[in-house]
Every structure is written in C-alpha cells, then in structure tokens.
Write a protein that binds this ligand. Sequence first.
Ligand code: SF4
Ligand SMILES: [Zn+2]
Ligand SMILES: [Zn+2]
Length: 304
Amino acid sequence: MACKKCKEKPVITLPNNNISLCKSCFIKYFEAKVRKTVRQYNLFEKGESIAVGVSGGKDSLTTLHVLNDIISKQRTTKIIGILIDEGIHGYRDESIKTAQKYCDENNIKLHIYSFEDEFGYKLGKALKILDINSCSICGVFRRYLMNKAARELKVDRIATGHNLDDESQSIVMNTFRNTMETSARLGPITGIQDDKKFIKRIKPLYFLTEKEIMTYAFIKGLTDNFNECPYAKGSLRSEVRTMINDFDKKYPSTKYSIVNSFLEILPSLKEKYAGSSIKICKCGEPASNETCQACEYVKRLKNG
Ligand code: SF4
Ligand SMILES: [Zn+2]
Ligand SMILES: [Zn+2]
C-alpha cells in the first residue's frame, strides 16, 4: 500500500482510518494535529511561558520538540523543561542523560528536581518503608513537585506528554474505581477551577496514539530510549492498557471512542465538581484537605 497522499513508501498505517502515510506526509499530519489541539482547546496564548514535564522518554521529548517548534515561530513565548528525578535506579539515570542531551542541543534550559532533595527519600527507599502502591505515592510526589517547580520558575502552563492511550486508560480506570471527581480533572487542559496556586496542565499530544508518537520520535531521532519504568508492570494501568489494546485490535477506534465520548460529558463533570473547595496546606501547596497528600506521605515515612 502506497502513501495515501503522495504514493511514496509508507512508514505507518494510521490506526483509526486505515490510511498509510510516508515519512514526510506523516510528520505534516502529526504536527498539524498538535497545532489543531493547541488552537481548538486554547492550550496557551502568545506571550505565555511553558514548562514541559520532561522524562527523557518519547512522549515528553516529542512534546518538547513540537512545542519548541511552534513556539519558536511565535517568538514571544518562553519554553523550559522540568525533570522530576524519583531516584529510580537504572531507569531514571539513563533518561536524565537523554533529556539533558536534547535540551543542551536545542538551547532549552532543563531544571531538575528530585524526590530525595524535596522529600528526603528516593522512591525505592520510600517503598521499603511503606507498603504502598508505587504509582500512587510516585504520582502524588511528582504532581506536587511539578506544580511547585513550575510556580517557582514562574511559568503559566505545564505541558505533559499524555497521549490518547494514556487518557483512554485514565478514563476507564476512574470508571472502574468510581472516582469521577478525578476524571473531572482530565481533558486536554486540566484543572477544575482557576487558582493561582495550581499551574494549569496542557496535553498537546492528546489526540495522538502511542504508536504515532513512537513513529514520530523514531523518525526525528528524538530518543532511542524506550525503556519502561520497572514499577509499571503489574499496575492496574498496565492491565487496563492491555485490555484496551486488545479491544482496539478487534474494534479499531476504541481509544478514540472512549476519549471522544468522555469529552462530551466532561463539561458537566467539571461543572458538577467545580464547587470543591481548595485549601492551602501548611507547606504552601494547594490541597483538597487541610494537609496535602504529599505531606501526609512524608509524615507516614518519618513515622516509619
Ligand atoms: S510508572 Fe509509576 S512508579 Fe514509575 S514513574 Fe510512572 S508513576 Fe512513577
Ligand atoms: Zn506521502
Ligand atoms: Zn503539604
């Protein structure tokens, strides 16, 4: 099958409509899709500064690469990288090198914040003390630190590499757990209400699949590090991912259907949970209770 647009040799068959594209037509398609998402959901405006949450993996480097391209044409917007080092031995060390190399080559300032400096514990040490799901504590610490770092660095938006696969998994996971208030915080631009303490998060790759991002990152030579976090295996997310991928093979467009039907109800969900009041923890970060979840974990870690 030749490229649908120019008859060159194809590099990918798009998952939702069975169209094959060559290298250059695919890159145009991919970047146009990011631009459309930025425009349609007003992810950022001219003059706003953006921090990309960089992990060194394909999703975050692709986000950084495409945004830097869009932003450098707008000239007025600043872009930086923030990397959160959880201290995952043998995994994070490699990805830090990849992220630093990319940022150095592209004149982007990379700011690194670590769990150890902020909370006093690397992830592995924390998991030895507390019998707890690795992604739960890691997710809480990551979100806390990313928000704090973005505020310290005075940026207007945090861009993440979340894609269509991630979003469809989160929607299904929240449905399975009956945590719809958490779902109300999903979408291409997140946050239930405007609050200066919360830096809004944007997802420019929202409508792109993992397969498309992997192809783009490979063609652009952004990273050859496709390693997965060693704690990812056996998590609910990884089971849900396998289930959705199996469905998507049998019934193409399943991921699009999950995300698109969710987007139809998202405004009502946001409206329903908009009243939840935001408190400020003694550490200065926003929280839904008197003490934020990160401080709760640190307290439990100190008590052993
Ligand atoms: S997979 Fe879980 S433990 Fe690993 S980096 Fe992601 S949230 Fe943290
Ligand atoms: Zn082509
Ligand atoms: Zn706190």
